[in-house]
Design a protein around this ligand. Sequence first.
Ligand code: NAP
Ligand code: GLV
Length: 315
Amino acid sequence: MTDCRITLCLTGTAPEPWQAGLSAALPGAHVSVWAPGAPPADYAVVWAPPQQLVDEQPGLKALFNIGAGVDALLKLQLPPGLAVVRLDDAGMSVQMAEYVCQAVIRHFRELDVSEADMAQGQWRFRKPRSRADFAVGVLGLGVLGSRVAQALHTFEFPVNGWSRSAKAAGVLPGVRTFAGAAQLNDFLAASRVLVNLLPLTPETENILNREHLSRLQPGGYVINVARGAHLVDADLLALLGSGHLAGATLDVFRTEPLPAGHPFWHHPQLTLTPHTSARTLRDESIAQIAGKISALAAGQPLSAIAGVVDTGLGY
Ligand code: NAP
Ligand code: GLV
């Protein structure tokens, strides 16, 4: 029995299945849907909540975000000491690994070209290309990036990875790791395909810009599965136009849905998907959040909980 009060504020998502799932997983908890003026709660389960929720709930001990990225949440004025907990995998890393591997393989094997040929009634073989010429660089080696890097390694691509802090030797077998701003240029120069799995923070916003993308090996390919504000749209278009980049697969955009008339729509070198590379899986997420609420309510320290956000770092 977990005796606590939980409020739900899931902008854009129906709260009822979450309310039912959390109530079932946490007998004794009172789970309600937040509305202005709602009674005080101990924990909030949120996606893109309004500032009003935080302002009206000074007794909250933790905010549980039903996604991995907390960039939208951290735009709010949060009281110091309010814990922010994000989803820690919860079924996302396998989805991200399959999405990125398919994008890399589709480009490397030129399956898009074969599809177009077949659609024209043309039976044509492509000359096999060497995967040694398609080193993949993964920006961000956290929960998702490390899983993606390891999945790419199983397909025998050369894999590079970049993170803020250096990874200990042997933590990511088969991945050549780089860390910090000082090693970013070397990481880019060693990579032809670039996968972005960084959190969106003031340090990483606009990181996919002309200067950095120009450092990729010629015929580079960009896969952005993190946030649209990492990418400078005009710089990508210019480098596609110049031929330095061969193409890109984009799952995330500065404005979502992608506005009508945006030059990305119908661009022949772009493959677009609607922010779907790794979805929040409701049952897995409810089980994870309920487990963490039980642990906190039983007196375990925050340091024992995975996915606690460092609000100073922004992820
Ligand atoms: P995570 O576990 O927090 O990993 C973040 C990684 O980025 C870490 O390796 C971190 O380095 C690195 N990093 C952060 N700031 C950096 C900087 N300034 N310079 C270099 N490296 C930096 O996050 P995650 O769970 O893997 O998720 C990553 C992002 O994916 C989320 O923030 C979200 O935006 C996005 N996402 C997208 C979808 C989708 O459907 N498109 C779904 C889920 C998540 P350290 O290892 O040194 O800490
Ligand atoms: C989705 O983009 C997430 O951050 O979970």
